[in-house]
Write a protein that binds this ligand. Structure first.
Ligand SMILES: *[C@@H]1O[C@H](CO)[C@@H](O)[C@H](O)[C@H]1NC(C)=O
Ligand SMILES: *[C@@H]1O[C@H](CO)[C@@H](O)[C@H](O)[C@H]1NC(C)=O
Ligand SMILES: *[C@@H]1O[C@H](CO)[C@@H](O)[C@H](O)[C@H]1NC(C)=O
Ligand SMILES: *[C@@H]1O[C@H](CO)[C@@H](O)[C@H](O)[C@H]1NC(C)=O
Ligand SMILES: *[C@@H]1O[C@H](CO)[C@@H](O)[C@H](O)[C@H]1NC(C)=O
Ligand SMILES: *[C@@H]1O[C@H](CO)[C@@H](O)[C@H](O)[C@H]1NC(C)=O
Ligand SMILES: *[C@@H]1O[C@H](CO)[C@@H](O)[C@H](O)[C@H]1NC(C)=O
Ligand SMILES: *[C@@H]1O[C@H](CO)[C@@H](O)[C@H](O)[C@H]1NC(C)=O
Ligand SMILES: *[C@@H]1O[C@H](CO)[C@@H](O)[C@H](O)[C@H]1NC(C)=O
Ligand SMILES: *[C@@H]1O[C@H](CO)[C@@H](O)[C@H](O)[C@H]1NC(C)=O
Ligand SMILES: *[C@@H]1O[C@H](CO)[C@@H](O)[C@H](O)[C@H]1NC(C)=O
Ligand SMILES: *[C@@H]1O[C@H](CO)[C@@H](O)[C@H](O)[C@H]1NC(C)=O
Length: 396
């Protein structure tokens, strides 16, 4: 029994470490070299031969942009616009076994382009196209996150690249990018007796300082089934969710939570392995983000293929919350990964006509008898045996 307790203590002690990677000139506030100093134009076309953007390489048609008429940017400083074949890239040295998550801001070059602005963002192993979505924020710019996930072991340099999309549906609408941040999230996962990993959504992409817009997280089109490269560690995204911070929104617990904004569907999915059979309880908090989101929320909690519960809440948009709990018998085979999702299908809007929805936070999955309950699909017996061996060593 003492041994079991000690293992639990060890499990609780293993925790996540963040590392903020500092990209050079992440907000493009250091101007390109060799600019003609008397140029007052809001858009300055750069020449790959004579201009250099500190920290960045660029190619194709790239303009240096100053916020102003038609163009709004976080902090209203500078950004770059990517024209035909336009791309920027930067490499950085990874610092140990981290997962790297990118935060970036996308802005249209004029209000008319709000529905025709997109960029292609690439990490070392994959890429994803992001579209500006007018209906998801109150600013004429939006912040997104993308996992710079690497198929190879993280050695050598990590690269990130942002380029204009060749099939831009409006050739006058080239995208503007700004404020590019990278967060490193430490690899060895962490343990508790909670079957959900990253259960309070405290681990995820960086927020832009002073931004009240949150960070939009989208379903990954290329690897929809895997959570490895999700920007929100251990949760895959359905539709679009807004990652929100307690500085600017009502967050039920801790500093961060997710708001299911896109509807039809908008959700988060965790993959859980059950080591044994027995009675399981899932607790979570559902709320509104204090963003004037008025309406009837309806959230479905689904476990595996067959178990579904629904939860309703009338929101008046002032930051209310309700704790919920369900109990069921887990009779899954211990080799099976069970998908557990929180999903909303309905559309709700704030007083500014921005899409909004229920906030989910503080998820807990526990066997009712309290004993060790879970093995995440990535946390194998190997790790457990290692901890057991460590524990025995300490005792001998
Ligand atoms: C900058 O000033 C020079 C000399 O006064 C002028 O020839 C040039 O056209 C100006 N360039 C811009 C971009 O205004
Ligand atoms: C400025 O441009 C000249 C060519 O016009 C080039 O030789 C020089 O390296 C450039 N300087 C910088 C700092 O980019
Ligand atoms: C820049 O683009 C040109 C033409 O598309 C290509 O030949 C060249 O390799 C590119 N350079 C870099 C650094 O990507
Ligand atoms: C702002 O956008 C309008 C409409 O697209 C355009 O007519 C105007 O020239 C733009 N202003 C600037 C400074 O680009
Ligand atoms: C955030 O706001 C504070 C106070 O207004 C200001 O001092 C700071 O420079 C801002 N930071 C950024 C990145 O804009
Ligand atoms: C951008 O990519 C090119 C080609 O992949 C590479 O040679 C260059 O070093 C990269 N630039 C930066 C600043 O990382
Ligand atoms: C393309 O964008 C321009 C504004 O830059 C707008 O006037 C025009 O309607 C757009 N065309 C399409 C097909 O969306
Ligand atoms: C963008 O699309 C939405 C709905 O699809 C529409 O209400 C809005 O007017 C469009 N905006 C522009 C600038 O075309
Ligand atoms: C996005 O960029 C990557 C890397 O250059 C490329 O492999 C991919 O095909 C691009 N995707 C689209 C949709 O253009
Ligand atoms: C959610 O949407 C469905 C149709 O998609 C509708 O029947 C239902 O009434 C809506 N529920 C709420 C709470 O608005
Ligand atoms: C919600 O669950 C109840 C039973 O708990 C069921 O009667 C009802 O139809 C469900 N509502 C929806 C919208 O699925
Ligand atoms: C909601 O926001 C208002 C101000 O915008 C603030 O006074 C209030 O405390 C917030 N409520 C919650 C529950 O966070």
């Amino acid at each position: 029994m003492a041994l079991v307790n000690l293992i639990f203590i060890l499990l609780f002690l293993v925790s996540l470490v963040y590392s903020k990677v500092t990209l050079e000139n992440s907000g493009f506030e250091s101007p390109p070299t060799n600019l003609t100093t008397n140029s007052t134009s809001q858009f300055i076309l750069l020449d790959t031969k004579t201009n250099r953007i500190p920290g960045w390489s660029f190619n194709g048609t790239v303009w240096y942009v100053t916020a102003g008429e038609n163009v709004s940017l976080p902090g209203n400083g500078h950004g770059v616009q990517l024209g035909p074949n336009g791309m920027i890239n930067q490499t950085f040295k990874p610092d140990g076994n981290y997962d790297y998550v990118l935060t970036f801001t996308l802005a249209p070059s004029s209000p008319d382009c709000a529905n025709s602005t997109s960029v292609n963002v690439s990490g070392p192993s994959a890429s994803e196209v992001f579209f500006f979505r007018e209906s998801l924020g109150t600013e004429m710019w939006q912040t997104y996150a993308y996992s710079l996930w690497s198929q190879e072991n993280k050695k050598g340099l990590m690269s990130l690249q942002i380029q204009s999309t060749s099939n831009s549906n409006n050739i006058t609408c080239w995208p503007i990018v700004d404020t590019i941040l990278v967060t490193g999230i430490h690899g060895p996962r962490w343990y508790s007796d909670n079957g959900f990993v990253n259960s309070g959504f405290e681990v995820g992409p960086a927020f832009i300082e002073n931004s009240s817009q949150g960070v939009l997280l989208e379903a990954d089109s290329s690897y929809p089934d895997s959570s490895v490269q999700s920007p929100l560690q251990y949760w895959t995204i359905l539709g679009i969710v807004k990652y929100i911070d307690s500085k600017h929104y009502a967050v039920p617990r801790g500093g961060r939570a997710v708001e299911l904004v896109s509807g039809n569907p908008s959700g988060i999915v965790s993959s859980v392995g059950f080591l044994k059979h027995g009675q399981v309880t899932i607790d979570f908090i559902m709320g509104d983000a204090n963003d004037s989101c008025v309406g009837d929320f309806l959230v479905f909690l689904q476990v595996g293929d067959t178990m579904i519960w629904n939860f309703t809440m009338r929101s008046i948009g002032v930051g209310s919350r309700e704790a919920h709990s369900v109990t069921f018998m887990a009779e899954f085979s211990n080799t099976e990964s069970v998908l557990i999702s929180f999903t909303s299908f309905n559309e709700t809007r704030t007083s500014n006509n921005v899409l909004c929805g229920p906030v989910i936070d503080s998820t807990v999955l526990r066997f009712s008898d309290g004993l060790h309950s879970k093995a995440h699909k990535d946390i194998g017996l190997v790790t457990f045996s290692f901890l057991l061996a460590m524990t025995l060593l300490i005792f001998v």
